[in-house]
Design a protein around this ligand. Structure first.
Ligand SMILES: Nc1ncnc2c1ncn2[C@@H]1O[C@H](COP(=O)(O)OP(=O)(O)OP(=O)(O)O)[C@@H](O)[C@H]1O
Ligand SMILES: [Mg+2]
Length: 308
């Protein structure tokens, strides 16, 4: 059984005051990193497909900032903030506790950059780190908690990304942290999220077709419990936590029909890795084009290495 190493306490909820954050300093440092094309002094905690997550202030982080896409106007920004708040409340209603998350922007709303802020969590509290040191019983209980949370939350109206890296254990309780893409649909099955916002991450050449045809189908799997659990299991391969895959399959058994098998997980992961590697290659090519030919900063930072 793994409990925290000697001297290490279970992570407790840190205090969180988004209005105390030096947003101008944070924004300045982020823009500088974009100009330089590397995280100049910023403690990066996650290179997302869409946003960069980094700690602030750099020497002793108290918050994590997640860069959000540029909003074309104040109305679109307000709609996003409203939807995010509704998403947080909906998850909580369904028994999934999200990490406190606040949206803040620099300058006039919708003109400058916008960030989602959260309390900074120690790396040891993020679920892949917990699983890496957990014994069988602790890991199984944690994975059963995650699968149960997914099954409580996910349906055609509410979507969620169940990957291990989107969860943390704080005060012994499971918390969900990847909330900046609020996946809510209306009763007719339409995405309420302004999917045009997601496509900033996509090379410009592909934006229109992606927004029109691909975004709804990229979001669909997150509304299907079986797919979310399949993605959770598949990504354990990426996290070098493959030993936990049979445990996920076992705890998911009562919840998914037809049951998931190891071969399906491996097949899924291979397809998924190909898709995202292709997107990363396109983004690198686009970055080269923007920086070398157009001579302007690329709007996000890409990981140095992209391991899938
Ligand atoms: N509040 C936090 N404290 C510490 N680490 C965090 C925090 N939030 C996120 N992280 C780390 O950063 C990673 C990326 O964050 P998150 O999952 O929110 O975005 P993402 O998956 O990059 O999103 P997207 O792909 O939608 O842009 C997490 O998997 C986690 O390891
Ligand atoms: Mg994530």
């Amino acid at each position: 059984v793994s409990s925290p190493a000697p001297g290490e306490r279970p992570a407790a909820s840190p205090p969180f005051d988004p209005d105390a954050v030096d947003l101008a300093g944070l924004d300045h440092a982020y823009r500088r990193s974009l100009r330089l094309g590397r995280p100049a002094g910023l403690p990066v905690v996650g290179y997302g497909e869409i946003s960069l997550a980094f700690g602030w202030p750099p020497d002793a982080p108290t918050v994590v900032a997640k860069s959000l896409p540029t909003f074309p106007d104040a109305g679109r920004l307000r709609a996003y903030v409203g939807l995010l708040e509704e998403y947080l409340a909906t998850l909580a209603d369904r028994g999934v506790e999200p990490l406190p998350t606040a949206v803040r922007w620099v300058g006039a709303p919708g003109r400058g950059r916008t960030y989602a802020l959260q309390p900074w969590l120690p790396a040891a509290a993020i679920v892949p780190a917990v699983l890496a040191r957990a014994g069988r019983d602790e890991g199984e209980a944690l994975l059963a908690d995650i699968v149960a949370a997914v099954c409580r939350a996910v349906d055609p109206v509410v979507g969620l990304d169940g990957q291990a890296s989107n969860w943390a254990v704080l005060d012994g309780r499971l918390r969900y942290l990847d909330v900046s893409t609020p996946m809510l649909r209306d009763s007719a099955g339409r995405d309420r999220l302004d999917v045009d916002l997601l496509v900033e991450a996509v090379p410009w050449l592909l934006r229109r077709p992606v927004a029109r045809f691909v975004a709804p189908s990229i979001l669909s799997p997150y509304h299907d419990r079986r797919q979310v659990v399949l993605d959770l299991a598949g990504n354990l391969l990426r996290e070098r936590l493959a030993a936990w895959i049979p445990v996920v399959l076992q705890v998911a058994e009562p919840h998914v029909d037809p049951p998931l098998g190891a071969a399906e997980v491996a097949r899924y992961y291979r397809g998924n890795a190909r898709l995202w590697s292709a997107v990363q290659r396109l983004r690198r090519a686009d970055r080269w084009w923007q920086r070398t030919i157009r001579r302007r900063p690329y709007p996000s930072l890409l990981p140095e290495q992209y391991a899938r």
